[in-house]
Design a protein around this ligand. Structure first.
Ligand SMILES: [Zn+2]
Length: 438
């Protein structure tokens, strides 16, 4: 839709001719409805007049979805916080992108809606209002940014932009926003910490796409929906050089492998793997209280990956936990064999990641001099690692059905010294036959 068309539609549907005189006894009520409408468009971006009145939940003989427009029109024209578009009320910023509004309406269709108490709802009339835990989660992101970039005067603007794109569920713009404010992470660990904190905050941010629910709440309401993923942060463009260091363009190198999704588990196997693994860790956590929160063997999980680290270390140190789990745990039937196959394998190893192939990533075992084909879990390993080959890969390799996976934790290290030796080793290792199973 061109800007001109949008302007024409706006002017036709939001015109002073449409103003209806508000009967004096109703003035207060209509004023309250105006505040309510501002709150609704801040939370949802767009809402049908019908739903707006249902949410407002006052049986008003005199206001219905036909004349609400006339009563609110004076506010539309004076305050410019929202406008009418067909049967919908839309947040003012939607005027710049009516196509986006139509898409939002489509995205929201059939989804549950966040509707807090009246008092809480009205607070959203302030566009900056958010819940306490959302505020706290963002404060953590802010603290990290200030610590990591004390000299960068636009760090605060960066933070504001990150929040904005999270609200719009456009995490994939993160790279652009970071470039705009010259935010460059040189420390891989910091970058990961940042990504984890942003992801945690995003989980608590109310998204218009989810009709005001946070991704976490939404996930509890609707199953089998994909959550936005922090890995989008690492999105590379097709004409960038490939992150594996081959020197080829991403498009001609690892991209086809990632698109084919054959170097990672299928969606259902990914879920099965995580739920099996979380089951074991939940069992351990109930007895060790490594993490205060209760662990639920469910994928996706409201806990962050890194929160499982303590329990995972516990199992690495004492694989006897697996015996105990097999003996005492309530393990779903389809998981028992998988857990049993882990018993002698729950050991950390250091491998040299040497190659990405269509069916797996290939890692060379320094100890046994064997090469293993490893599947990614929710993503390919090249996507998760984003490191130039060859690199050191510290993890626990695990059998899973008839393939090899890793236990979701990867310690990555680019050999900084003797890189030529590693390259030579990698070249040699590529000639070894690859084991795809244990
Ligand atoms: Zn590549």
């Amino acid at each position: 839709m061109t800007e001109l068309e949008a302007k024409r539609i706006y002017e036709m549907q939001n015109h002073e001719n449409l103003v209806a005189k508000c009967p004096e006894p109703m003035r207060q009520l209509v004023e309250a409805l105006n505040i309510w409408t501002e709150a609704a468009v801040n939370l949802y971006g767009v809402i049908s007049s019908r739903d707006l009145l249902d949410e407002f939940d006052i049986t008003l003989m005199a206001i219905d979805s036909h004349n609400i427009k006339g009563f609110l029109m004076p506010y539309v024209l004076a305050n410019k916080k929202y406008f009418f578009y067909d049967d919908y009320v839309v947040k003012r910023s939607g005027l710049k992108d009516l196509d986006g509004v139509q898409k939002l309406i489509k995205d929201q269709a059939g989804k549950p809606r966040y509707s807090p108490s009246k008092a809480e709802f009205a607070k959203y009339a302030d566009p900056a209002h958010c819940d306490m835990d959302e505020k706290e989660a963002w404060a953590k992101v802010g603290a990290l940014i200030r610590r990591a970039f004390p000299q960068n005067p636009s760090a605060i603007k960066f933070l504001r932009d990150v929040r904005r794109i999270c609200k719009k569920d456009r995490l994939k713009d993160l790279k652009k926003v970071a470039a705009k404010h010259q935010i460059v992470f040189t420390d891989q660990r910091k970058a990961e910490e940042f990504a984890a904190l942003v992801n945690a905050a995003l989980q608590k941010t109310r998204l218009q796409k989810h009709k005001g629910l946070t991704p976490e709440e939404f996930e509890n309401n609707v199953t089998s929906q994909n959550l936005p993923n922090l890995k989008d942060y690492y999105e590379i463009y097709l004409d960038d050089p490939c992150a594996c260091g081959s020197g080829k363009l991403y498009e001609d190198c690892c991209y086809p492998i990632q698109e084919a999704k054959t170097a990672q588990l299928s969606k259902s196997d990914c879920k099965l793997f995580y739920e099996t693994w979380y089951g074991l860790l939940a069992f351990v956590n109930e007895r060790t209280h490594t993490l205060k929160e209760k662990v639920i063997a469910q994928y996706p999980n409201s806990l962050e990956d890194f929160q499982f680290f303590g329990m995972r270390e516990e199992v690495c140190e004492k694989p006897e936990w697996i015996d105990k789990y097999l003996a005492e745990g309530q393990i779903p039937a389809d998981q028992v064999e998988i857990v049993r196959s882990w018993r002698n394998r729950y050991k950390k190893g250091i491998y040299l990641m040497i190659n990405y192939e269509p069916e797996h990533a290939v890692a060379f075992d320094f100890k046994t001099h064997k090469a293993y084909g490893i599947k990614g879990i929710s993503h390919t390993i090249s996507q998760s690692a984003q490191m130039e080959l060859p690199y050191k890969f510290e993890t626990v390799l695990l059998p899973f059905k008839d393939v090899i996976v890793y236990d979701t934790f990867m310690g990555l290290e680019q050999p900084s010294e003797n890189i030529e030796i590693y390259r030579g080793l990698s070249g040699m290792a590529k000639r070894i036959a690859v084991s795809k199973t244990f």
